[in-house]
Design a protein around this ligand. Sequence first.
Ligand SMILES: NC(=O)c1ccc[n+]([C@@H]2O[C@H](COP(=O)([O-])OP(=O)(O)OC[C@H]3O[C@@H](n4cnc5c(N)ncnc54)[C@H](OP(=O)(O)O)[C@@H]3O)[C@@H](O)[C@H]2O)c1
Length: 271
Amino acid sequence: MKVGIIGYGSMGKMLLWKFSDSGKFGREDLLAANRTPEKLEEAKDIAVISSNAEIASEADIVFVCVRPQDLRTVLSEISPFIRSGSLVVSLNGSVTFEMMEKVIPGKIAKVIPSVTAEIGRSQTLVCYNGSVEDRDKEQLSSLLSVIGNVIELPEEEIGMGSELVSCMPGFIAAVFDVMCESAKTHTSIPEDQIVKMVLNTMSATGDFMLNKDMAFEDVIARVATPGGITEEGTKVIFDRFPGTADELFDKTLAKRKATADKAAELFGRTE
Ligand SMILES: NC(=O)c1ccc[n+]([C@@H]2O[C@H](COP(=O)([O-])OP(=O)(O)OC[C@H]3O[C@@H](n4cnc5c(N)ncnc54)[C@H](OP(=O)(O)O)[C@@H]3O)[C@@H](O)[C@H]2O)c1
């Protein structure tokens, strides 16, 4: 199986190197293209540096890792060269299958990895258009398993799903940044030590819950004894944080819709 990556930015680069590191592919099985080809110089020993059209005509799975504003141009460029059995994979959650099918007639998937793919712990979302067969799904899932877990969702849930896995590392980092900034004002413990203490506790709490199949309230019940110190803190969070969380998702989902509307304009336009 040959895998092609179009767009060697944050996502394309990560996928290319992870696929190569997996040991499943020889150099000849990985193809890569980028608008600025010089950037691919560093990847020439792990992949065949190609054009978008060459990737479309040779790869069985074509990952299109470009920003939404560039997606239509790239899909139009590769469309004449895509073989009928090949699978085109878009990394963008806002551009719908309906939009992409105006340009690419065959099998299309959407894949949303999370940044934790870097350590093999992505929660990768996938969804497929109606032309994709079970065999293609299995092949793509097996490929994506090298970066972590694969979660199939219906297309209409990809937006909120992306907030939960792809945006969430940013939200988590922001929440704990606020916590650490506040902690700094209440202690003489050095900042780097505060951050490490919190990060390790956060990561261990997640693993603890997953390993023991615990719910959030189970952890709270274990730590926050009634009338105790932790309960003082959890009360503040339950009083104040729900409004912030609601506002956060309202805003991100509105932004997602605006991005989708913009993409729909681009896809509606005839070139
Ligand atoms: N970053 C994330 O955490 C994340 C997570 C999930 C999904 N996504 C999605 O993944 C997609 C890519 O995001 P990104 O963060 O990887 O973007 P990025 O870092 O900006 O990379 C985009 C790449 O596409 C290349 N490109 C643009 N037009 C091209 C063309 N016509 N032919 C070939 N290559 C072209 C760019 O080339 P140049 O070198 O010339 O600029 C650049 O290397 C987006 O749709 C994004 O929504 C991103």
